[in-house]
Design a protein around this ligand. Structure first.
Ligand code: JFE
Length: 226
C-alpha cells in the first residue's frame, strides 16, 4: 500500500517510524511519503493561509498550494482522506475499507480548515472522504491521520505480528472487549476471576462474552440495538 501525507508539519509523522508501522515500513509492506505543503507556496513567506471570506475568527488554508500538491500526488486509483471535525466519524468499518485500498492520500488541514473548493474540486474525480476522529476539536488533521493510519495499517496482511488477535476481535463485533488478566494470580488483594484459571474453554468463552455485553451496556449503550 502506498500512502502520501500532505501537511505543514512533516516532522509530526516521525512517530510512524516506531512500533508496528515502523516494522511494516522496514518490510516494504507499506510505503509512506510525507510532503510539506509549504513547498507549493508561491510567496517568499511561504504562506498557505488567508483571511476567511465573510469574516470571522482565524485563517483558512488557501486552495492553490493544495491544488499544486494534490495534482502531483493523486493517481487514478487514489482515495483522498481529509480529516475534519465536520466529517463522518471514523470507525473500525472505515479502517477495514481503507485497508483494502492501493493508494491513500491524507490532507492535513490546520487553522480553521481548508478552503471547501479543494474538497469539492477533487470530489468530482476521486473518492474523497471527510472523516472525524470523534466529537472534539483538534488543532489540525495530523493527530487524526496518525490514529487513522494505525487503525488501518494493522489490518493490512503482514503488518500485525499475530493475525489471530485480529480474527478474535472480529468475533465480538459490535461489543467492547472483555477484561484481560495476567500474572500474578493475586495483586494487591485482587484475584483473577476463577473461571480463567479453570481450563474450561467453553465456560471461559461464555464468561468473556457476558463480560463484553455487560461492559457494553454500562460503558457504550449507544452500540447496542434498542
Ligand atoms: C483540522 C479546527 C476549529 C477546525 C471548522 C484542520 N475529530 C477531529 N477533531 N478535530 C479535527 C478532527 C480536525 C481536523 C482537521 C482541524 C481539526 N482544524 C482545526 C479548529 C474549527 C475547525 O473546523 C483544522
Amino acid at each position: 500500500m502506498k500512502i502520501d501525507i500532505v501537511t505543514i508539519f512533516p516532522d509530526f509523522f516521525d512517530v510512524l517510524e516506531v512500533s508496528l508501522i515502523g516494522k511494516a515500513l522496514d518490510k516494504n509492506l507499506i510505503d509512506i511519503s510525507v510532503h510539506d505543503l509549504r513547498e507549493a507556496a508561491s510567496d517568499p513567506h511561504r504562506s498557505v493561509d488567508d483571511t476567511p471570506y465573510g469574516g470571522g475568527a482565524g485563517m483558512v488554508m488557501s486552495p492553490e498550494p493544495w491544488g499544486v500538491t494534490l495534482d502531483k500526488v493523486l493517481t487514478k486509483d487514489s482515495v483522498l482522506v481529509v480529516p475534519s471535525p465536520a466529517g463522518r466519524v471514523f470507525t473500525q468499518a472505515q479502517a477495514k475499507e481503507l485497508a483494502q485500498k492501493d493508494h491513500l492520500v491524507f490532507a492535513c488541514g490546520r487553522y480553521e480548515g481548508i478552503d471547501q473548493r479543494v474538497i469539492d474540486h477533487y470530489s468530482a474525480s476521486y473518492t474523497v472522504l471527510e472523516l472525524s476522529l470523534g466529537d472534539y476539536v483538534l488543532n489540525g488533521g495530523e493527530v487524526a491521520v496518525v490514529a487513522m493510519l494505525e487503525a488501518t495499517l494493522r489490518l493490512v496482511p503482514g503488518v500485525i505480528g499475530n493475525p489471530e488477535s485480529l480474527t478474535e476481535e472480529s468475533h465480538e463485533e459490535g461489543l467492547v472487549e472483555y477484561p484481560s488478566y495476567t500474572k500474578p494470580r493475586t495483586w494487591r488483594g485482587l484475584d483473577v476471576p476463577e473461571v480463567l484459571l479453570s481450563g474450561h474453554h467453553e465456560q471461559i468463552r461464555q464468561w468473556r462474552h457476558e463480560q463484553s455485553v455487560a461492559r457494553t451496556k454500562r460503558m457504550r449503550p449507544d452500540l447496542l440495538p434498542d
